[in-house]
Design a protein around this ligand. Structure first.
Ligand code: HEC
Length: 151
């Protein structure tokens, strides 16, 4: 019995070796290309974020500094967890994504697209009370304003 167990463990180990190389090779490749060292944090610019918050259309549903739609929670810095972890913010967006994307398709005609850099800038703006004080109707381009009328 004891002996049989040892043999079967050895057999399992052997069969694992047949399966493992592909996976092992993959993680080896990731380490090789510096997966950890290869990550970079983007520069986060709240001034660029102020413009993007309006021009990307977040403002159609979310308000900041009293400017913007009321269909979704306001994104005033005072309501944010501080100090911020930008990934927590991205996780909150992910959590709200189903409702948000359905509404975006409905109200803007498409899902909002952004680059990582653009999102980093928006997140900086959402957590910057000084920059938020400057946010006004004047920041909203006409192309976005037209989606806000009649709401
Ligand atoms: C068409 C409307 C709409 C647009 C445009 C929109 N959102 Fe939202 N957003 C929502 C709704 C509705 C929710 C709430 C979803 C839920 O509770 O399930 C939400 C939730 C969120 C949340 C989570 C809030 C919380 O307290 O949990 C964040 C963060 C967020 N949106 C950020 C953004 C950003 C940044 C943009 C622009 C890139 C954006 N949203 C554009 C409608 C929108």
């Amino acid at each position: 019995m004891q002996r049989f167990q040892i043999v079967s463990v050895a057999a399992m180990a052997a069969s694992l070796m047949l399966v493992l190389p592909a996976g092992a090779q993959q993680s080896g490749t990731m380490q090789g290309s510096g997966m950890m060292g290869g990550l970079v944090m983007p520069r986060m610019d709240p001034v660029a974020g102020r413009h993007l918050f309006a021009s990307k259309g977040c403002v159609v549903c979310h308000s900041i500094n009293g400017v913007g739609g009321t269909d979704a929670p306001n994104l005033d810095a005072s309501t944010m967890k501080m100090p911020m972890d930008p990934f927590d913010f991205a996780a909150k967006m992910w959590h709200g994504a189903p409702a948000m994307i359905a509404m975006q398709n409905n109200e803007l005609g498409a899902q909002i697209q952004f680059t990582g850099q653009e999102l980093a800038d928006i997140i900086a703006f959402v957590h910057d009370p000084m920059e938020q004080k400057k946010f006004s109707e004047a920041d909203i381009p006409e192309s976005i304003k037209k989606h806000m009328e009649g709401d």
